[in-house]
Ligand binder design. Structure first.
Ligand code: ADP
Length: 494
């Protein structure tokens, strides 16, 4: 397989991907520690390389290095110089996009064209957008009703940030956390998912090349329960920025409560994508299929629950099925692939357990549902129809290529049903009636509502969920705010 991988990657990326890796601390990768784990190509099931399981001692070293950068050169850098460094960082990510894309395509099983076309531009955009902020972070003078007082606030960084990312958008998620955290003046210890370490390790090298002082960006590789747990419990970490599962998010929230750390959580979603009969149904159905199967549905804002006005259900199901059958399942690094495998064997089994509940609860598998007859963790694009709102396949985040389709009959019935789930990340509304569009958008309990479009994302537009989907927003000024705190200065004029 090594030879096959060689033919799918450029030489430099192949050499980096197949080398053994350790944590990245104080400006360089350290030798792998005694404990390591193997990373696996999800499209073949073959081992790629071994990566260090960073133990407590290594995590401590990384946090100390970040604290030193924060107290030293990085923390005292002038805002304009911080901007210049972040712009250089953005440029380097862009210049090395073709290489970086290969790591996420390989470890995540993501179609390379999609990583290049979506993930990389999105990551660059995060660095560019937040690079402009350091010279614009302002406090205020406060009109207190106290005689002879001059009061002002300063906006200050929090210190060492623990950034914990999932495997579905390794580079993007790293950028979404690093860019605002650094723009605010914090230093960072990044822990990528154990499935996808490569792009984060390479990103840390680029940070140094961009002129960010050693220790400003560190990466600890390893498992959640080992390395991740050591990181979030470290006393010098003052902020946890997490994207991942609801269960882990709740655990981290409890830990942050115990040790009084700042925390922001971007968790799951089961996102109602609603098609009314008066919409451009062909366009809506095409988008519905794209969002359901993009990256095999392993996306928190995937339109995984499709609610369709009954008169157009058959038309929509047929169109979604047609789109699904045109998908080319294959290795992420093969350019022809438009859908890859699931990220791990374990994850595919979890998705299949959901599929096994469908028929027993009154639903039907409309199409798909099977593995492919080949190595790797592939699962066909799948749709289920007829399941009730409370059935696991409709209520839970499956995080796989499984679209739950549900008919509805009226607006009155629709809203409480669409809001019935525990998540509130995002939703889609398709209608040509502008009043209905605003009406529904305002009644949906979702952090983002897309009208006659789906999954648009931009560094300037806040994104984040309500209910069990999380706390705090990424992107825009909100995304920066969560990496800052205020100091109030009172001065007597008497
Ligand atoms: P997923 O099931 O999508 O992998 P997780 O929430 O388990 O979602 O993982 C998201 C990230 O959180 C990963 O980097 C994982 O290693 C990390 N993680 C999991 N458990 C912990 C923990 N106890 N402490 C810190 N990080 C954790």
């Amino acid at each position: 397989m090594a030879t096959a991988l060689e033919s799918l990657m450029d030489q430099r990326a192949h050499a980096f991907a197949t080398a053994e890796h350790g944590a990245f601390i104080d400006g360089a990768e350290i030798a792998p520690s005694e404990k390591t784990f193997s990373t696996v190509d999800p499209a073949t099931g073959e081992v790629i390389t071994t990566v260090a399981e960073s133990e407590d001692r290594v995590v401590d070293q990384a946090v100390q290095s970040a604290a030193k950068a924060f107290e030293g050169e990085w923390g005292s850098m002038l805002p304009a110089d911080r901007e210049t460094a972040l712009h250089r960082f953005a440029n380097l990510v862009e210049e090395n996009a073709a290489e970086l894309a290969q790591y996420d395509a390989l470890e995540g099983g993501k179609p390379i064209a999609q990583v290049e076309g979506v993930d990389l531009p999105l990551a660059v955009e995060q660095f560019r957008y937040y690079a402009g902020w350091p010279t614009k972070i302002q406090g205020a003078t406060v009109p207190v009703s106290t005689p002879n007082a001059h009061v002002y606030t300063r906006r200050m960084p929090l210190g060492v940030v623990a950034a914990i990312t999932p495997w579905n958008f390794p580079l993007c998620q790293a950028a979404i956390k690093l860019a605002p955290a650094l723009a605010a003046g914090n230093s960072v210890v990044l822990k990528p998912s154990e499935l996808t370490s490569l792009s984060s390790l390479r990103l840390a090298q680029l940070a140094v090349e961009a002129g960010l002082p050693a220790g400003t960006v560190n990466v600890v590789t390893g498992s959640g329960a080992g390395t991740g747990q050591a990181l979030i419990s470290h006393p010098l970490v003052n902020k946890i920025s997490f994207t991942g599962s609801e269960a882990t998010g709740r655990h981290l929230g409890a830990e942050a409560g115990r040790s009084l750390k700042h925390i922001s959580l971007e968790l799951g979603g089961k996102n109602p994508n609603i098609i009314f009969a008066d919409a451009d149904v062909a366009k809506a159905a095409a988008y519905a299929a794209t969002t359901a199967y993009f990256y095999s549905g392993q996306v928190c804002f995937s339109g995984s629950r499709l609610m369709v006005e009954r008169s157009v259900v058959d038309e929509v199901v047929e169109a979604v099925k047609e789109h699904a059958s045109a998908l080319v399942l294959g290795h992420g690094l093969e350019r022809a692939s438009t859908m890859g495998p699931l990220a791990s064997a374990h994850h595919r089994e979890k998705v299949e357990r959901y599929l096994n509940t469908v028929e027993g609860t009154g639903g039907t598998v409309a199409f798909g549902g099977s593995r492919l007859d080949r190595a790797g963790f592939f699962l066909q694009p799948t749709a289920v129809i007829g399941s009730a709102d409370s059935d696991p396949v409709v209520a839970d985040e499956i995080f796989g290529p499984v679209l739950a389709i549900q008919p509805f009959d009226s607006l009155e019935e629709l809203i409480p049903r669409a809001n019935s789930g525990k998540y509130g990340l995002s939703a889609g509304v398709w209608t040509n009636d502008v009043r209905k569009a605003h009406n529904v958008a305002q009644q949906l309990r979702a952090g983002t509502v897309w009208v006659n479009t789906y999954a648009d994302y931009n560094a300037a537009a806040p994104f984040g969920g309500t209910k069990s989907s999380g706390l705090g927003k990424d992107c825009g000024p909100d995304g920066l705010d969560k990496f800052l705190e205020s100091q109030t200065v009172w001065m007597s004029l008497a």
